[in-house]
Design a protein around this ligand. Structure first.
Ligand code: ZN
Length: 314
């Protein structure tokens, strides 16, 4: 259905389309309209629900506490740090040996992006799963913020997990990262400007998001798992991200696609009206392999449904 509603990102008024989506992750079924821009191809919810918190119950997956023990065995800490030193392209024979058996624990961490003492801010950190894991691999200056937390979870010199809104934050960081948080935020232009203000002049910004005009969107439309109505307010494209970055005085340094089998397995379940769960036993091993192989192929040609977007100050 075409509409005369303007795109909230590029302002385009012509040939925009409306898609009727429903809440599927929690099996609530509430209806939500999304606009697909005919110019920048970004998807956006037409009306942000007033009671958005209703769609973030306390059991929402990003608020689940990670299952870490209280203390980390010093040997395990040493080995984890060695592995990461190797992946950060520092000379570490033990890490090099471990890397023959163990993958990079943080695939989005490009060599040269971080040092162990870099000041790191995780915006929309949930219960802090990623930064807690980073602390356990040797990082020493970690802050996570999430306005949806019930309270501050941790406030120590090396690791802070705070109930804070992005716009309350001050100071400058070497590295700011958003792991599947940006798409949950209203006013992405203002958010990006604020993120730019929080960066050191040589600082780097990583935004990991679902990508709207990807193969999975074209194939599954409103059954696409990553549409995630109504929690995802904006689903960007490289085009819309370039526009927003330019306005915020930022530039995109690189894009790495990191979609997985989930784009197929979870969307196929939605197509069959099967609610979300991480149980994929309905698929054969061959189907799962094919999903992963197809995801890798799409990532290689820049058509996966998730991407890591690396930015810096212009
Ligand atoms: Zn647009």
């Amino acid at each position: 259905m075409s509409t005369s509603i303007a795109c909230k990102i590029c302002g385009n008024l012509h040939n925009n389309r409306i898609h009727h989506a429903t809440e599927r992750l929690l099996n609530m079924g509430d209806p939500f309209d999304y606009l697909e821009c005919a110019s920048c191809y970004a998807l956006q919810i037409v009306e942000t629900p007033e009671n958005l918190s209703k769609y973030y119950p306390t059991e929402y997956y990003s608020f689940r506490q990670p299952k870490f023990g209280l203390s980390l065995n010093p040997l395990v800490y040493f080995l984890k740090k060695s592995l990461l030193r190797h992946y950060l392209q520092k000379f570490d024979p033990i890490g090099a040996l471990l890397s023959l058996f163990l993958p990079h624990p943080f695939h989005w961490m490009k060599p040269g992006l971080l040092e162990f003492n870099s000041s790191i801010l995780d915006v929309g950190c949930g219960s802090g799963r990623i930064i807690q894991s980073m602390q356990r691999s040797g990082f020493k200056n970690l802050t996570g913020i999430d306005p949806f937390l019930e309270k501050d979870l941790q406030d120590t010199p090396h690791l802070k997990i705070l109930k804070r809104d992005l716009f309350e934050m001050t100071g400058k960081y070497d590295f700011v990262m958003l792991h599947h948080a940006f798409e949950h935020m209203d006013q992405p232009g203002k958010v990006l400007e604020k993120l730019g203000e929080l960066l050191q002049p040589s600082g780097k910004l990583l935004i990991r998001i679902p990508v709207a005009n990807s193969h999975a969107w074209r194939k599954y439309r409103t059954h696409w798992f990553a549409l995630d109505a109504p929690r995802h307010l904006f689903l960007h494209t490289t085009h819309s991200m370039h526009l927003l970055a330019k306005r915020a005085g930022l530039k995109i340094d690189g894009i790495v696609y990191d979609s997985s089998f989930v784009q197929f397995a979870s969307s196929e379940k939605y197509l069959r009206d099967i609610p979300y769960s991480d149980d994929f036993s309905m698929f054969t091993r061959k189907q799962m392999k094919d999903f992963s192989r197809e995801a890798a192929r799409l990532n290689g040609i820049g058509d996966g449904d998730c991407a890591c977007i690396y930015l810096s100050v212009k």
